[in-house]
Design a protein around this ligand. Structure first.
Ligand code: PEP
Length: 256
C-alpha cells in the first residue's frame, strides 16, 4: 500500500489583516515549525501573502497557499490575481473550486478545470475541492454529484497531471456549520472518489492521490477522521484562524 504523506491546509478565507497574519503565523511557527511528519500549508488572503511569505522564509516546514487565482496569465480582469503573481510571492499551493467560490462567485466545474490547468502550468499545486450540498446528500445523489465534479473539473488531464493535484472532499453541509461528516461517511466518500478516479485515470493514480477532508475539522475530531485509510489530511477553515487550534489538529492527527 502506498504511504501518502498527510497534508493539512488552513484556509483563512476573508480573515486577518497583514498585522494579524504576522501574529498568527509567528505562533504557528513556534507551535509546529519543526514538525515534519505532515505537509502543512497556510492560505491567507491575497493581501497577507507577502507578509506571511517573508515570515515563512526557507526555515520552516510550513508552506504558503492561496485561496483562488484567475486562469489567464494577465489582462483586463479587474480585481483578479494570476498564477505568476502568486509564484512571485513563493506561493506553492492554490485552493480551487472551494464551495464558497462555487456558491457566491458562480464558479462551475469548467472554470475549476481551466484554473487547475493554469495552476499546473505555473507549477502551483492545486487543491481542487468537491462536495455535495445537504439536499444532494439527503436525496442520495452525492455519488453522482461527486463523479460529475471530478470528471468535469479534471477533464483533459492524465495520470501525470493528477500526480500534482490534491483533492479536498468538502461536503457543503459541513463547512462552517459545526456539523462534521462522521468518519465513516467521510471515508465512504473518499473511497468513492478513488473508485471514480481509478475508472477515469488508473488504479495507480487513484491510489497515489491525496484526498483531504474538509468540514468543521477541529483538534477534537481530527484524529478519528484522519485515521481512516483514505483520508489523507484536512482542509481547515474556522479552526485554522487560531494557532493553537490549527497546531492541535496537526499534533492530534499526525503525530505517530
Ligand atoms: C473550509 O473553508 O474549507 C472549511 C472546511 O471550513 P470549516 O473548517 O470552517 O468548516
Amino acid at each position: 500500500m502506498i504511504n501518502r504523506k498527510k497534508i493539512i491546509a488552513g484556509n483563512w478565507k476573508m480573515n486577518k489583516t497583514q498585522a494579524e497574519a504576522r501574529v498568527v503565523v509567528g505562533d504557528i511557527i513556534r507551535e509546529i515549525g519543526r514538525f515534519d511528519s505532515a505537509e502543512i500549508v497556510v492560505c491567507p488572503p491575497f493581501t497577507a501573502l507577502s507578509a506571511v511569505s517573508e515570515l515563512l522564509g526557507s526555515v520552516t516546514n510550513i508552506r504558503l497557499g492561496a485561496q483562488n487565482m484567475h486562469e489567464a496569465a494577465s489582462g483586463a480582469y479587474t480585481g483578479e490575481i494570476s498564477a505568476a503573481m502568486l509564484r512571485e510571492l513563493y506561493v506553492r499551493y492554490v485552493i480551487l473550486g472551494h464551495s464558497e467560490r462555487r456558491q457566491y462567485f458562480h464558479e462551475d466545474n469548467a472554470t475549476v478545470n481551466r484554473k487547475t490547468k493554469a495552476a499546473l502550468a505555473a507549477e502551483l499545486r492545486p487543491i481542487v475541492c468537491v462536495g455535495e450540498t445537504l439536499p444532494e446528500r439527503e436525496s442520495d445523489q452525492w455519488k453522482t454529484v461527486l463523479e460529475t465534479q471530478l470528471v468535469e473539473s479534471l477533464a483533459g488531464f492524465g495520470d501525470k497531471e493528477l500526480a500534482d493535484i490534491i483533492l479536498a472532499y468538502e461536503p457543503v453541509w459541513a463547512i462552517g456549520t459545526g456539523k462534521t461528516a462522521s468518519p465513516a461517511q467521510a471515508e465512504e466518500a473518499h473511497q468513492w472518489i478513488r473508485k471514480v478516479l481509478a475508472t477515469k485515470f488508473s488504479a495507480a493514480a487513484s491510489e497515489r492521490i491525496r484526498i483531504q477532508y474538509g468540514g468543521s475539522v477541529k483538534a477534537e475530531n481530527a484524529k478519528e477522521l484522519l485515521s481512516k485509510p483514505d483520508i489523507d489530511g484536512a482542509l481547515v477553515g474556522g479552526a485554522s484562524l487560531d494557532a493553537r487550534g490549527f497546531a492541535g489538529i496537526i499534533k492530534n492527527a499526525c503525530l505517530e
